[in-house]
Ligand binder design. Structure first.
Ligand code: 3HC
Length: 336
């Protein structure tokens, strides 16, 4: 019995189809039935190869986004305007590192190694979120990233708490709780600046002007141009489409912008009574794909910083392994 679970259009599509074609029909039927009943798939359960590969792709891209996402803001830790802001920012950046760890661990339950996933990131083969390839030019960018980037991330990630793959959905519950704090601290930092001097207000407006459209693109290509959406939704990995999430984000953010007292940089942004949503202007998809394909303003800088951090941390990984080996030897000696 062949079901729609068999077709995953991606760059390894041919290979996946070949593997999928030999999936045992009775296992496939059981898997489909569990998905249809909104059940969870756990690492020890049988799953079609195409489902496994789709999860590895999405979870690893997500993990990479978290750790590369530490860089644009990490850049401001030493220049934070007060001890309070510095402490908040350090905590936030550490949280993002932690999210990467949960997500790499979730990916490892699918039989891939963290070292291979990191190699793919460092060699430029693996994708990570487009948003982290733009520069943080002023202090307001830290607030705007919290408000808009983390706000967009939450909108995308709350539905992932109901993802059909157990380890991913559970990791997302904790991630979302922390992202919610990130979003609030960003908004609060901007509110304080908007009560400040004209220069501070102008800094916030400049920052929002630069980040708004990039955040809308973060949700991914329009549904009609999204090769993975249909299958991801069928499998309960994705619960809400790229366009629907984008719209929800816009509808939620416009009133927040009004409270802040800033203008969102889109002359076409207006409430549509009939649709019950805000209409908005055209996203520059050419610019999005240029960035996703490695040629955005900061892609090269982000990757080289990440590779350097990884290489500089080699001694820590070596020391941790040596310590673990010593402990194991000691435990074995005591047991003997
Ligand atoms: N940046 C880079 N690549 C993107 C992208 C973006 N904003 N949006 C889509 N793409 C890529 C996809 O990964 C896919 O590439 P591939 O075929 O080489 O794997 C291609 O564009 C086509 O997109 P699809 O819509 O068909 O792909 P998906 O169905 O996988 O949907 C997604 C894309 C919505 C990003 C989905 O994968 C997803 O929900 N991922 C989990 C969440 C995530 O990764 N978020 C990233 C931000 S995390 C973050 O911001 C950290 C926080 O601390 C702020």
């Amino acid at each position: 019995m062949y079901t729609q679970s068999f077709s995953v259009p991606d760059d390894t599509g041919q290979k996946i189809k070949a593997v999928a074609a030999i999936e045992p029909p009775e296992l496939m039927a059981k898997f489909d039935a569990r998905i249809d009943a909104d059940g969870r798939i756990e690492p020890q359960d049988w799953m079609p190869e195409a489902y496994r590969k789709t999860l590895v792709r999405q979870i690893s891209q997500h993990a990479h986004s978290e750790i590369v996402g530490m860089l644009p803001e990490g850049n401001w830790i030493s220049r934070a305007p007060s001890l309070k802001r510095k402490a908040i920012l350090i905590a936030k950046v550490q949280d993002e590192g932690g999210h990467g760890q949960y997500l790499y661990s979730a990916a490892e339950t699918l039989g891939v190694s963290r070292a291979d996933l990191l190699d793919a990131l460092h060699s430029g083969k693996a994708k990570y979120s487009s948003i982290f390839n733009y520069p943080t030019l002023n202090w307001a960018d830290v607030g705007t990233i919290g408000w808009l980037v983390d706000g967009a991330a939450i909108m995308n990630q709350v539905p992932l708490c109901r993802c059909s793959y157990g380890p991913y959905s559970r990791a997302m519950i904790r991630v979302c709780k922390e992202e919610s704090f990130h979003q609030r601290q960003g908004y609060e930092a901007l509110l304080v600046m908007m009560r400040g001097t004209d220069e501070q207000k102008a800094m916030v407006q400049d920052s929002v002007n630069r980040w708004w459209w990039k955040c809308l693109a973060m949700f991914g290509p329009p549904d009609a141009d999204s090769p993975h959406s249909a299958q991801g939704m069928r499998w309960g990995i994705k619960r809400v489409s790229n366009d629907d999430l984008r719209q929800k984000f816009i509808d939620a953010t416009v009133p927040q912008a009004k409270v802040l007292g800033i203008t969102l940089p889109d002359p076409d942004l207006k409430w549509n009574e009939e649709r019950g949503h805000y209409d908005y202007g055209q996203i520059d998809w050419d610019e999005f794909w240029t960035t996703v394909n490695g040629n955005g303003p900061c892609n090269k800088e982000r990757l080289s910083t990440r590779v350097k951090a990884h290489n500089d941390g080699q001694w820590v990984r070596d020391a941790a392994l040596a310590h673990a080996r010593k402990q194991q030897q000691r435990a074995m000696k005591e047991a003997a």
